[in-house]
Design a protein around this ligand. Structure first.
Ligand code: PLZ
Length: 447
């Protein structure tokens, strides 16, 4: 067996010893095909044995540069020392009691930290769950309970999960929804601010357009909540024009509508702020977090105004595993790591490096139609030169070439034409540079 000790002490190098995927990964892929539902896909079937810093090591001994963080989860790096230490201590103490039966301090400590760290200095409460989708569903339940209203508005290109209610909130049919209906009712869709695709509509105008749709097609009197990703994730790393989010918040406040920020992908230092909302001083009523919160252990949360969070009846929220002690221990290790390693600033400097380098590529290559994002959440949208026509084939080609060369990159976007970069904030500079060199070469070779 390969040495499986992970974390930042793994050699920080790209190392290819076989083709990718290698023979042992191919063996596992065959077993996967025989054992796992084909509906569960894999982007890069190099089977992992260890990861940390900025690399992932596979069963064949290849060391890949990670620009994906397992979809924005290993933000502090895989097996970050403080996470490992706290989880090891917790796993030896107790693994589960169910917080609804015998509570424990870790859960309370995570709630206190979320109440302190999320935007706004009003009184807050939190509730913990397992997945992003579960937390989004609970945020909607809480908003309905608080307002006594039912309708929920989500946006074009939104992604909120794969459960029944969150499928309804999610915009894209294939692969998330197709054939899986009927979907939850009272979900409505409003137009998003998408500067590259809406003719550069300014934020306030785009908000006015959305609000008009909401008022005409739903009516504030029926609307419990507006749910939005401050920077959209799966939908294409869409950064709304400045002023769009503040105008929506203002309208929600004036109309007794709960403003829910889904920061599942954009949260926890990812964008160079602890939360993406903070960039424009937006204070959501409820904020949904997951992914980066616990370094890979399943944990999610809803945090928000005390009077909204306390609206549901006692016993109205919960779940067997919500706020599991191991996940809470991991979250406390994550928060400690973000602070002690200055990872908010690190995300900003990673963002600057990526935008500088990719900007230089874009200057000579009109297929890179748009370069956007903040901090360590950066994407390029690929198009037919001189148009906004999506080039999904080129996107797939670039991603496949990167994978073959030991570089983990992900794609996204309603049109499948967005390459996204979500490096762990623990990636060393030399690996980030090597990754960007590789991408530059791949763009050159695919011309
Ligand atoms: N909200 C903004 O990004 C998860 C999904 C990948 P869960 N995004 C990755 C896939 O194909 O399933 C996500 C998100 C935003 C909610 C979710 C859902 O979080 O933890 O996957 O349920």
């Amino acid at each position: 067996m390969t040495d499986t000790a992970g974390g930042p002490s793994l050699p920080q190098e790209r190392r290819l010893v076989t083709e990718i995927p290698g023979p042992r990964s191919l063996e596992l892929a065959a077993r996967k095909n025989a054992a796992v539902s084909r509906a569960v896909g894999t982007t890069l079937p190099a089977y992992a044995v260890a990861a940390g810093g900025g690399v992932l090591v596979d069963v064949d001994g290849n060391s890949l540069i990670d620009l994906g963080s397992g979809i924005a989860v290993a933000t502090v790096g895989n097996s970050a020392p403080k996470v490992v230490e706290r989880v090891q201590e917790q796993v030896a103490a107790f693994t589960h009691t169910c917080f609804m039966i015998n509570p424990y301090e870790g859960y309370v400590e995570v709630a206190e930290a979320l109440n302190r760290l999320t935007p706004g200095d009003h009184e807050k409460r939190s509730a913990l769950f397992n997945s992003g989708a579960e937390a989004v569903e609970n945020a909607v339940k809480i908003a309905r309970s608080h307002t006594g209203k039912q309708a929920v508005v989500a946006f074009d290109h939104a992604y909120h999960g794969r459960t029944n209610l969150t499928m309804a909130l999610t915009a894209k049919s294939m692969p998330y929804k197709s054939g899986f209906g009927p979907f939850a009712g009272e979900v409505y869709r409003a137009p998003m601010s998408y500067p590259f695709r809406d003719g550069g509509l300014d934020g306030p105008t785009a908000a006015k357009r959305a609000i008009e749709v909401i008022e005409k097609q739903v009516g504030a009197a029926n609307l419990a909540a507006v749910v939005i990703e401050p920077i959209q994730g799966e939908g294409g790393f869409v950064v709304p024009a400045p002023g769009f989010l503040p105008a929506l918040v203002e309208w929600c406040r004036a109309n007794d509508v709960v403003f829910i920020a889904d920061e599942v992908q954009s949260g926890f230092a990812r964008t160079g702020d602890l939360f993406a909302c903070e960039h424009e001083g937006v204070v959501p009523d409820l904020i949904v977090t997951a992914k980066g919160i616990a370094g890979g252990l399943p944990l999610s949360a809803v945090t928000g105004r005390a009077e909204i969070m306390d609206a549901p009846h006692g016993g109205g929220l919960g779940g067997t595993y919500g706020g599991n002690p191991l996940a809470c221990a991991a979250a406390l290790g994550v928060l400690e790591t973000i602070e002690s390693e200055g990872l908010v600033d690190r995300a900003r400097s990673i963002g600057k490096t990526m935008l500088d380098r990719l900007g230089a590529v874009q200057a000579n290559d009109p297929r890179l139609g748009d370069l956007r994002g903040r901090g360590a959440m950066i994407a390029v949208e690929l198009v037919k030169p001189g148009t906004t026509e999506p080039d999904a084939a080129l996107t797939a080609q670039v991603a496949a070439a990167a994978h073959r060369q030991g570089l983990i990159v992900l794609t996204c976007g309603t049109f499948g034409n967005v390459l996204r970069f979500l490096p762990p904030l623990s990636i060393p500079d030399h690996l980030l540079t090597e990754a960007l060199d590789l991408l530059e070469r791949i763009f050159e070779e695919t011309k």
